[in-house]
Write a protein that binds this ligand. Sequence first.
Ligand SMILES: Nc1ncnc2c1ncn2[C@@H]1O[C@H](COP(=O)(O)OP(=O)(O)OP(=O)(O)O)[C@@H](O)[C@H]1O
Ligand SMILES: [Mg+2]
Length: 470
Amino acid sequence: MAKDKTKILIIDDDPKVAWILTEGLSTDFDLVSARDGIEGVQMVSTEKPDLILLDIKMPGMNGLEVLEKLNKMPGRPEVIMLSGHGETKNIVQSMHLGAAEFINKPFDVKEVEIHIQTVLEKSHLKREVSNLKTELKSRSHYEQFIGDSPKMLQVKSIIEQVANSELTVLIRGESGTGKEIVARMIHSLSGRSEEQFTKVNCAAIPRDLLEAELFGYEKGAFTGAHKTKPGRFEVANKGSIFLDEIGDMPLELQSKLLQVLEQQEFVRVGGINNIHVDVRIICATNKNLEEAIQLHQFRDDLFYRLNEITIPLPPLRERQEDVPLLANHFLNRYMELYQKEYPTLSQGTMSKLMDFDWPGNVRQLENFIKQVVVRGDESIVGDLLSSSLKAVGQSISVESADSDEHENELANSFSLKKRVGHAVAKEEKKLIRDVLNRTNWNRRKAADLLEISYRSLLYKIKEYNLNSAK
Ligand SMILES: Nc1ncnc2c1ncn2[C@@H]1O[C@H](COP(=O)(O)OP(=O)(O)OP(=O)(O)O)[C@@H](O)[C@H]1O
Ligand SMILES: [Mg+2]
């Protein structure tokens, strides 16, 4: 089948001009013509030409008016103006209105053909650049978000699916697994990417200030409130707000957040009027919210509302194959940042990195690689890994010293709740440790035997600071 020819619409009231152009160009192009501006504008919609040859001087709607109308059409075709002598003012105006070229009458058809080819090439290039820009924009986010393991590919696919929706997203994962990167990616791949991304770390702001910080306050609402101040939700209007460490949000604020989620409305501290905002909410936590609900520290209705879409980020130890990709990524990043050269990491170093347990996840790997680049020596990796293991050991011994003190305190307490709670925790810790040792630290098997979920087991291992060396 022959390739479709480029379609050109001629809009000119002079039939002679239309005839000359049709005769001269029909071998290479598919030509249609309109006798006046009104018909021309209609034919742009019906014929969908790739290019328009537009006469300036026409009775009724002149060429400039036609151009103005065309400018209201999204993705309109390129326009070449045809002008008679003495129309300099109109030519300047048509260029302002975005005409690609102009040709003086009388013309030579060969000259018209050259102009047409140049404009088509330019427009093709323009389109390619714009497509490339869009592609680069989305690729640059993915380039920063490293990971080809099946688990990470799944994460990327969820991100792509949810980014453009308005759904509230809850990102869960241990510290350093990349929750913030994911939140930023969701924002920049969403329709709100041109608007602000506002981050609030709920754990970093003192409890009694968090409400004012999030929702703002009215003048005189409390001592020191000298003037009305909008909160982060108002500032984030039209954009996305990232509520980091949502598990640390005080209970009394959780109900206010639920109201924002449900009605997109809230009242400033000390205020009476409802304030409406249009904000996409993205949350993250490394806390076990299910447990927090059991302990009445987190509202279950808020949890279900946030849980609309959950993105679980796997710990680095569960996706070993991503370690070399990440290590090389950080190596390049820090070489560039510190203007230092470093050869590729040796096989030996890489396999040490892959075998490691990474309690601090990607952040810890990033720190190690940064030190390798700064010191220009990868032999420090061995030391870094063993001091990390020691640090885990130390935190266990610090914890046991603490618990000795704690135990004495409890032994002198008559509080039934405290004493029973402590006894249960002690028994629980012992049982979990026994079962883990029995299953050779196969966490899945252990969770089955204990009849608890895998996730709860991981939480408890962390909570009780258990480790296979003990
Ligand atoms: N998949 C990844 N690709 C590239 N860099 C990553 C990736 N995941 C994490 N990082 C990097 O690791 C560091 C920690 O990531 P981030 O701050 O997003 O973790 P987090 O889950 O929010 O941790 P925390 O719970 O401690 O706040 C950042 O410097 C981030 O750039
Ligand atoms: Mg974070």
